[in-house]
Each structure stands twice: as C-alpha cells, then as structure tokens.
Design a protein around this ligand. Structure first.
Ligand code: NAD
Length: 542
C-alpha cells in the first residue's frame, strides 16, 4: 500500500501537500484513483526525469541563495523528490540546504520567506503556547529542533530569521539518517532581537522588540518545554544556536527532565573529539602526548574540551590530569587561574600558569599539538601561529571550526602552505582540496552532520528517555573508527562527506546499542540492533 492510500486527501489537496505530491510522476492509474485527472499535464515523468529536470534547473541558477530558495520551494512542493535529490548527492546539495548557504539564507530570511515550514512561537504567545503548538498539523512529533536565534552559526543575533537553521538541521536528520520528515518540527522562539539592523529593517520577519531576558526569558523557555511535554509527549528536543550564557544552563535545566541535547555543545564535542581520535590513530600517537588549545571558549570550545576529558578519564587518568592537557584562550587571552573574570564553564580549565594575551604566545607557551578554533574570529590563525604549531610538533592538528566560511580562523591553503603540508586539517565549513608542491591535500570537514542525524535516529528508534553525554562519546568513537587507512593517506580524519549516510547509520547503531545497554530505551530490546535501526529508516517513497 502506498502512502497515498493512507490519506483521505484527493485532487488539488493531494497535489498541494508536499508529503503526497509527486507532480507529473503520478501514474495514469493514480491520477484516476486520486481525482487528479486533468489537474496535471498529460506527460507521466519517471523519477529520473524529474531529478534531471530539477538538477538542470539548479545548475542554471546564478547564486547559492537562488539555489537555496529553489530547494526550499521543492521541499514545500514535493518532499519525496527533495529528499531523493538530497540523499543521492549530499556532497553537492548539503552546502545548499545547510551550511554555508543557510547562513546567508538566515541573514536574508525576511526577503526570501515563502511558506511556513515550522512554528514561530513568539513573545505574544506567552500563556498560550499549548494552543499554538496544536496548530501544527501533525499530532505525533518526535524531534523538535529549536533556536531562539541569538547565536546563528558565527553570525550572531538574527532573531526570528534564525528559523533557517532548525529547518536545515531537520532536513539533514532525514536526508542523512532517514528520520521520517513528518515526525520532525522546526521551531523558532521569537523573543525579540537585539540586532538594531534587523529591528530597523522593514522586511524583518520577527517580533519588533528587544530580547526577553532574565526571569521572563526563563519563564518563556519553561512554558515552551511544558507545552512540548503536553502536546507531543514522545518528542525529543534539540537546542540549537542559543547564545553561550543560555545554552549551557538550558541544557542542564532540562536534560534530566526531557530527552534533549544541545548540538552546539554536545554534537560539536562529538565531532571534534572524533576528529582528534582519528588524527591520533593516523599519527599513531596517544591522547597523553598531546596539548590541546581551544581558541574561543564558548559552547563549542568548552564542549569539545569537556568530552575529550571524559574520554581521557575513561582511558584511566584523573579528571585533573585530563584537564591539564586542555588549554583555553578567550578574548582576554590564556585562561589561567590568576584571572578573576572567568565564567564557570572555563574555570575547570584554568591552569596555574602565567597569563599571556595573544594566541601566538599561547601556542608557544602551551606547546600545543592541536589548535581548535571556535572563536568566530576570521583569519586569527595567522602565519606566525601556524608556523609555531609546526615547530611544536611534526604533524600539528589545525582545526578552524568557526562557521560560516567567512568566519574561519584560516583557510585550508594557509594551513597546508605554512606547515609545508604537515598539517592535519579539518574545518567547520568546507574547503576545496589544495595542490602544494605536486601533492594534493584533502581538507576534512568537522561538520556536526556526522553526529546529530545518527544520534537523532537512535533516539527516535529507541524512544530514549534521556541523552547522556556518554552517548556522544560513543558516537565520537564510532565515527573515528570508520576512517580507513586509505582515507588517512589522503590526510582525512573524517569519512568523506559522500559517505555521510553510512556514517549516520554507524553512529546510530552504536548509540542505539548504548541506549539499550543503559536502560534508557523505552521500547523492547530487539534481537539484532542493526536490523532494528535499519527498519526505522525512512525512504522517500514514490
Ligand atoms: P559561542 O558564542 O558560545 O563562543 C564563541 C567564543 O569565542 C566566545 O566565548 C567568545 O568570547 C570567543 N571569542 C570572541 N572573540 C574572541 C577572541 N578575539 N579571541 C578568542 N576568543 C574569542 O559560540 P560557539 O557555539 O562556541 O561557536 C563558535 C563558532 O564555532 C561558531 O562560528 C560556530 O559556527 C562554530 N561551530 C562549528 C562547529 C563545527 O564546525 N562542527 C560546531 C559548533 C560551532
């Protein structure tokens, strides 16, 4: 039985519903059966023809934002075709529906907005969020991705225009891991913006006020979580792109109450740690021989450092010893114990060492073997810094993770050139391969997309009640174990993006196993975990 037989929709209603519409690919029999005769031109297209037509069109468009808008329209028109195309060639199309293009899409969201793909829950909805949530047409939602738009990628406060991020993220839950799209819901909490430019922009789509703060903000989040519990009781929450002062506290406040995680903290941590573990396998070195320097001590930087320590502790050292191997640099310089201005998240990493204020000094005094950039400061890994890294260790890890590309701490070309090809490089946004002295170097991309879709699938399949940090350590190890010797030979520390769907399944299998072992699954343990996971993978049907 096809999905079309499961709905009472007929005629134009079926064609206008992206979940059921397949445009000119409806067969003549289906046209008769569902009241579509005459509503479509005579031609009956095959899926391949439709894909060719769409791809041809996409190629003819002049800019990334045009391609984003075109894809967005396709998703609203014919969901199966959208996912067919995305799943067929994620390398080509993920950068269009997600980073880096989604950054630009959010910045211009007020101008390119067409139809709702999720919920805008605004400050006006206080006291009635349950009713607002019930306006969503699906009664069973399993994954909400939610942002308050305050720290969109490295672009800062984009208010309600941050909606592009949950939409893109959830599209990748489906495209990479096969989480059923109708069970996912993007939400933006439109609590205002402090971005003056947006407040003065006539096309800004959000509520025109300064952000709620303090108790009002906390009460808003509390009402949101309660509403999710009431309206979608089996739902998990992915917190996304919250500003640093809110991200950690929200995660801590709710993680033991509702199945939830913060991708900027835990997803980033897992992908960062996976890259580090793979690089050490490549170099045949141990965690104990390293000094990790995190430039940018926000959610991402401290998240990676925390998970790395968690893994070192599991390998048998004390937490204090583990933290001694991790150094943070924030906007005031090296995080050391003599500083009195440190946030709680940074304090555990404060070393008893003299304070230095520049990154170059920090790299020198810490003898860093790996430098991880999560600062949003473009070009901050200068030639001096990278050359010093190469003096510290024969194969330094250089990881400018800030997104989008315009915020990257250095380019792949710079890292390879300034280390004479010795760098093990992975960035947040993609870079093209680099030719240097007759050798081609393949930059890795430490994209969270290696982690969150697989975790999402595992949590959906098991209906997990909680998502502990340990699930992300499991995901990181699973991802790191996938990198082959052949990929190491090319300098890669992540599987190629073309294997992203396999990576999601490997991560999902490992995390599913872990969730069952920990008693966190709310379904019966199956005889075979891999088969169980596979059975939960949605495929676009035609
Ligand atoms: P955040 O706002 O929590 O942290 C940014 C930190 O950088 C802040 O602590 C800020 O004080 C610090 N900073 C600012 N100026 C600095 C300076 N001059 N020197 C040193 N530090 C400085 O944001 P976040 O969630 O940690 O994300 C940071 C960046 O990492 C963003 O660009 C984001 O897109 C990127 N990121 C990448 C990935 C990935 O590629 N997998 C994942 C998550 C985040």
């Amino acid at each position: 039985m096809s999905i079309h037989d499961e709905t009472s929709k007929r005629g134009l209603d079926m064609l206008r519903d992206p979940r059921y519409n397949k445009g000119t690919a409806f067969t003549r029999e289906e046209r008769q059966k569902y009241g579509l005769s005459g509503l479509l031109p005579d031609i009956v297209s095959s899926l391949d023809m439709q894909i060719q037509r769409i791809e041809g069109h996409i190629r003819s468009l002049p800019t990334d934002i045009d391609r984003y808008v075109y894809f967005s329209d396709l998703q609203e028109r014919n969901e199966s075709l959208f996912y067919h195309i995305l799943m067929r060639d994620p390398v080509a199309y993920m950068p269009v529906v997600y980073t880096p293009t989604v950054g630009l899409a959010c910045q211009t969201f007020g101008r390119i907005y067409r139809r709702p793909k999720g919920l805008f829950i605004s400050a006006r909805h206080r006291g009635r969020m349950v009713d607002v949530m019930r306006n969503w047409p699906e009664s069973d939602v399993r994954w909400i991705c939610v942002t308050d738009g305050e720290r969109i990628l490295g672009l800062g406060d984009l208010g309600a225009q941050g909606m592009g991020i949950p939409i893109g993220k959830l599209a990748l839950y489906t495209a990479c891991a096969g989480v059923p799209p109708h069970l996912t819901l993007p939400i933006v909490l439109d609590i205002g913006t402090n971005n003056e430019e947006l407040l003065n922009d006539p096309f800004y789509i959000g509520i025109r006020q300064k952000r709620l703060a303090g108790e009002e903000y906390d009460a808003f989040i509390e009402e949101f979580v309660s509403a999710v519990e009431t309206v979608f009781p089996h739902c998990s929450i992915q917190w996304e792109d919250f500003a640093n002062p809110n991200a950690g506290p929200i995660l801590e406040r709710y993680r033991d109450r509702i199945s939830s995680f913060n991708d900027d903290i835990q997803g980033t941590a897992a992908v960062g740690v996976a890259g580090i573990l793979a690089a050490l396998r490549m170099k045949d070195e141990h965690l104990s021989q390293q000094a990790f320097l995190f430039f940018g001590a926000g959610s991402a930087g401290t998240g990676i450092a925390d998970l790395l320590c968690n893994i070192m502790v599991a390998e048998g050292i004390t937490i204090d010893e583990a933290r001694k191997r991790c150094w943070l640099v924030d906007s005031k310089g090296l995080v050391v114990s003599s500083r009195e201005d440190l946030a709680d998240t940074k304090k555990p990493f404060a070393h008893d060492a003299p304070h230095v204020s520049t990154l170059l000094e920090a790299v020198t005094v810490t003898k860093a073997t790996a430098i991880i950039g999560t600062s949003t400061i473009p070009k901050s890994f200068t030639q001096d810094v990278i050359e010093q890294m190469a003096r510290n260790t024969p194969r330094p890890m250089i990881c400018p993770f800030s997104n989008p590309t315009s915020k990257s701490e250095c380019s792949a070309e710079e890292a390879y050139t300034w280390t004479n090809g010795a760098a093990i490089f992975a960035s947040g946004s993609p870079f093209l391969p680099v030719e240097l002295n007759g050798t081609t170097y393949y930059p890795g991309q430490g994209n969270n997309v290696y982690i969150f879709p697989g975790v999402g699938l595992a949590v959906y399949a098991t209906q997990a009640s909680r998502i502990p940090d340990q699930a992300f350590a499991v995901a990181a190890r699973a991802l790191a174990s996938m990198v082959t010797d052949e990929q190491f030979a090319k300098g890669l520390i992540y599987p190629p993006m073309s294997n992203i769907r396999d990576a999601a399944v490997v991560v999902a299998n490992a995390v599913t196993e872990y969730l069952f072992n920990e008693g966190l699954a709310r379904v019966e343990r199956p005889a075979d975990v891999a088969t169980f996971v596979r059975e939960h993978i949605w495929q676009p049907e035609y």
